[in-house]
Write a protein that binds this ligand. Sequence first.
Ligand SMILES: NC(=O)c1ccc[n+]([C@@H]2O[C@H](COP(=O)([O-])OP(=O)(O)OC[C@H]3O[C@@H](n4cnc5c(N)ncnc54)[C@H](OP(=O)(O)O)[C@@H]3O)[C@@H](O)[C@H]2O)c1
Length: 171
Amino acid sequence: MRKIVLFIATSIDGFIAGKNGDTDWLYTDGDFGYKEFYDSIDTTIMGYNTYYFIKQFKQFPYPDKKNYVFSRSNRKPDGNPIEIIFSDVVEFTRELRSRKGRNIWLVGGSQINSMLINAGLIDEMIISIHPVALGQGIKLFKEDDLRNFQFKLVKHQVFERGLVQLTYDNI
Ligand SMILES: NC(=O)c1ccc[n+]([C@@H]2O[C@H](COP(=O)([O-])OP(=O)(O)OC[C@H]3O[C@@H](n4cnc5c(N)ncnc54)[C@H](OP(=O)(O)O)[C@@H]3O)[C@@H](O)[C@H]2O)c1
């Protein structure tokens, strides 16, 4: 079966964005395994807040993928190659995973990550820990929702810039 893979960057203290949603602390001067990972997926899923951040880029970054954005609000199509999903996040994702295809990238953010980990729908996590402490911000998982899950470390990679990439499988 295809896998749902959370490929994401965090600070040392476990934040995916600063308190105002800022991500200017992320290293952009290297690939850090991105291309290889990008080629392994054919679909992305994300929450609307993450999409809102992404749509401010000059160009939509995943034009050749099928992109699903979860929302509970009255969001409208905006010209980017995305489909807004108003149905149940967990049910939709479970059904998507059961379809044939390459792996699915769970882009984030915190709210959607929590929902999917709690539903046992994160098969693999590739977490790039940046050598930066933010003190406050948006956590990798929305803390008050998170249950206790065990993952197995299957790979680790250290980049010269000081970034450490950890790959975990769901067990
Ligand atoms: N460091 C990284 O690699 C990385 C990666 C991804 C994201 N981020 C950052 O993470 C932040 C966003 O994370 P977040 O936790 O605030 O938001 P999020 O999980 O990206 O999206 C939350 C939104 O998803 C929708 N949603 C939530 N629950 C839902 C449900 N049950 N059914 C349907 N839709 C639902 C809602 O959209 P509506 O408001 O439209 O209803 C909600 O506002 C951004 O700052 C982004 O830059 C960082």
